[in-house]
Design a binder for this molecule. Structure first.
Ligand code: GLU
Length: 415
């Protein structure tokens, strides 16, 4: 049964893709932004912003996703241990976010060239709430676009001062992928404290090899990534690999590269093979479908029969009441739900037209069986326009199509 959300793309060489990318999302993590004493690493920030200024001059638009708020806030408040309770973390973020933005703006003014207009930065703080509500989502996109049109550098972070579990995005690698999809970025650059993606943890295995090119979303990468993170950030390699897979929904390719490497962004713009390039695997999804697939949480699950599965996967049809055989969750009309096929795997997600209790009464039934129940007039449970198919995972090693097989690109030395 065919299930890709859109056609596979022919891979272009990474060099060509890096050189032609005009819309970049660059993510910088706390471990790069903070110095050994736990304060902000001003030289590194100045180096990063200096490169961004030069890329601007080349006509490249950049959105910066910056961590650091919580770590800097802790330092300012004199805490030498990371707080475990949410309220303290939120307080640290509130203090640290102000300090972070102040430093970015100050450094930008210091390094902007004499005679050329100063580059300003603008703060955009997000939670899952902004991204899962369609009108707020479009509003965020318009704010980012307006900042860029005015030559401002948007700096995005999670709104950690008010974020809590139900609206939390979790880590800034995911946030960078969501911003890439929202803005149709060509390239997402995840700067980290390692040279790129290795086939094993280089801190534990001296034979680990740096990979130059891989296919985003390959399941082998998750196994290789493990869960290693740094003491100050939340992401780690696994979050980066998952973020790269997520960003492919807008056709965005990803580079994982070292923020310690001098001039790394300029090297990437010149097409040089710094770090690991993760190729986007699909043509971009349509904007509305991309928004749907970027919801991080669902409110319920619908179990559908094999007829409905075929209708969704092969006929581009809507999900009808008669095809729903089971359900979980207390969802309301308009909420996002997951659709699982008879084998229990998710095949699609979509915005449901009926409250859970109404669907409970009428699912699986034909109109003549409903006895005129007024709540059950809606026969379409999820309209096709509000439904997105879940991408089929890349095949396990040895089972892939010829297009998917050459995943484990060349190690860096063979470039
Ligand atoms: N938003 C967090 C901060 O600014 C960091 C999250 C992350 O590092 O992924 O501290």
């Amino acid at each position: 049964m065919g299930r890709s959300c859109s056609a596979q793309v022919r891979r272009r060489p990474r060099e060509e893709m890096q050189r032609s990318a005009r819309r970049w999302v660059v993510k910088v993590g706390s471990s790069l932004l903070m110095n050994r004493e736990g304060g902000l690493h001003h030289e590194r920030m100045a180096d990063l912003l200096g490169q961004i200024l030069l890329l601007h001059a080349q006509g490249i638009q950049i959105i910066l996703v910056s961590s650091g708020a919580v770590g800097i806030g802790e330092k300012r408040l004199g805490w030498d241990q990371r707080p475990v309770d949410l309220a303290s973390r939120q307080a640290a973020a509130s203090v640290g976010q102000a300090a972070l933005m102040h430093s970015y703006e100050q450094i930008l003014q210091e390094i902007s060239g004499a005679g050329s207009p100063a580059l300003h930065c603008g703060q955009v703080l997000l939670t899952h709430e902004e991204l899962c509500n369609r009108s707020r989502y479009l509003n965020v996109r318009s704010t980012l676009g307006t900042l860029l049109d005015h030559g401002v550098l948007p700096i995005v972070n999670e709104n950690d001062a008010i974020s809590y579990r139900p609206i939390q995005l979790g880590d800034n690698d995911t946030l960078a992928a969501l911003v890439s999809n929202l803005w149709d970025a060509d390239l997402m650059v995840l700067l980290t404290d390692q040279e790129g993606f290795y086939d094993a943890d280089p801190r534990e295995n001296p034979d680990a090899r740096l990979l130059s090119e891989v296919m985003a979303g390959d399941p082998r990468m998750e196994a290789m990534a493990g869960s290693g993170g740094s003491a100050v950030g939340t992401g780690g390699m696994l979050a980066k690999v998952r973020a790269a897979a997520r960003a492919t929904r807008s056709g965005t390719s990803t580079v994982i590269a070292s923020g310690h490497r001098k001039g790394v962004l300029l090297q990437l713009a010149a097409g040089e093979p710094a770090g690991t390039f993760l190729h986007a695997r699909f043509q971009p999804l349509a904007a509305r479908k991309r928004w749907l697939s970027d919801h991080l949480r669902v409110k319920g699950t619908l179990h559908i029969d094999s007829g409905a599965e075929i209708a969704l996967l092969e006929q581009g049809a809507s999900l009808l009441r008669v095809g729903v055989v089971g359900q979980e969750g207390n969802f309301r009309r308009g909420d996002l739900v997951s659709c699982q096929g008879p084998k229990g795997e998710e095949i699609a997600r979509g915005l449901v037209n009926l409250d859970a209790e109404v669907l409970q009464r009428c699912r699986g039934k034909r109109s003549e069986e409903l006895d005129g129940d007024p709540g059950c007039l809606e026969g379409t449970v999820i309209h096709r326009d509000n439904l997105v198919l879940t991408p089929k995972p890349l095949s396990e090693p040895g089972k892939g199509t010829p297009e998917e097989k050459p995943f484990l690109g060349r190690p860096q030395e063979d470039w």
